[in-house]
Design a protein around this ligand. Structure first.
Ligand SMILES: [Zn+2]
Length: 250
């Protein structure tokens, strides 16, 4: 069987549209977005891209009003697909923000993959990002704290259908995951392409897509979006509703 991709909604985050999604448009507009992980399988290997967001208590601390409905935890969602956490052989992280790496302890048989730069920054974040990475300076414990990682330092072909490639900008060591399917290349973009609106043209600035509002480096963010859109036949976003138009891809 050729590779299939299952989008998994692990909960909802409330955030300011202009600040996070469409930079410069929609400031002051509070929106609610899903937080996606993806199961990728060829029928034999089962690989998870991100493990999703935390429970409601922690989510509400990050972004007031955010919540994880009952049954939305990653293992509960996997169960609905007939998959146990023990069956996951690898977890590939797009990045280590709190809403992408909760519940790592559930995956006893998995190897965990992340970009080296992202791991370095996550373990010692800038004060502006203490909350995003659940820094111990805030007396909380990040879910990646005790994880042993395999790290990559550039484009890396994981197997014959999965390739990780660097897409920094949203955070220092962000990476995206290209999945080769029988109907072309699907790129799981993480937060390098935040939501559906980012794939629409930016008419004000005459750009083919709409740059995001949240980033550590605006130029890298722009280049990464270009790179993803160029490489992908289909882009699967980190916080867009559009990925739920299908239960499975392709
Ligand atoms: Zn996110």
């Amino acid at each position: 069987m050729s590779a299939k991709i299952y989008p998994i909604n692990t909960g909802f985050i409330r955030l300011d549209k202009g600040l996070y999604i469409t930079g410069g448009v929609g400031y002051g507009q509070e929106v609610e977005v899903p937080t996606s992980s993806f199961l990728v399988t060829d029928g034999t290997e089962k690989i998870l891209i991100d493990t999703g967001m935390s429970d409601t208590r922690r989510a509400d601390w990050h972004h007031p009003g955010s919540y994880q409905p009952e049954g939305f935890r990653i293992d509960e969602k996997l169960a609905k697909l007939g998959v146990t956490p023990e069956e996951i052989g690898a977890v590939i992280f797009t990045h280590l923000h709190w809403d992408h790496c909760a519940n790592t302890g559930l995956f006893k048989n998995a190897t965990f993959w992340v970009h080296q730069k992202e791991l370095d920054f996550a373990l010692d974040p800038h004060v502006l990002y203490y909350k995003s990475y659940e820094s111990e300076n805030l007396n909380v414990e990040a879910p990646f704290k005790d994880v042993t990682f395999e790290t990559v330092d550039g484009e890396y072909q994981y197997n014959d259908f999965i390739t990780m490639f660097p897409t920094p900008g949203h955070c220092p060591g962000h990476q995206s995951v290209a999945v080769e399917t029988e109907r072309g290349v699907y790129v799981i973009a993480g937060d390098a392409v935040f939501a559906d609106q980012n794939l629409e043209p930016d008419k004000h600035r005459n750009l083919p897509f709409t740059p995001m509002g949240r980033y550590v480096n605006v130029f890298e963010m722009f280049e990464s979006m270009e790179k993803i859109i160029d490489r992908a036949d289909v882009v699967l976003t980190g916080h867009g509703q559009g990925v739920y138009e299908q239960e499975v891809y392709p």
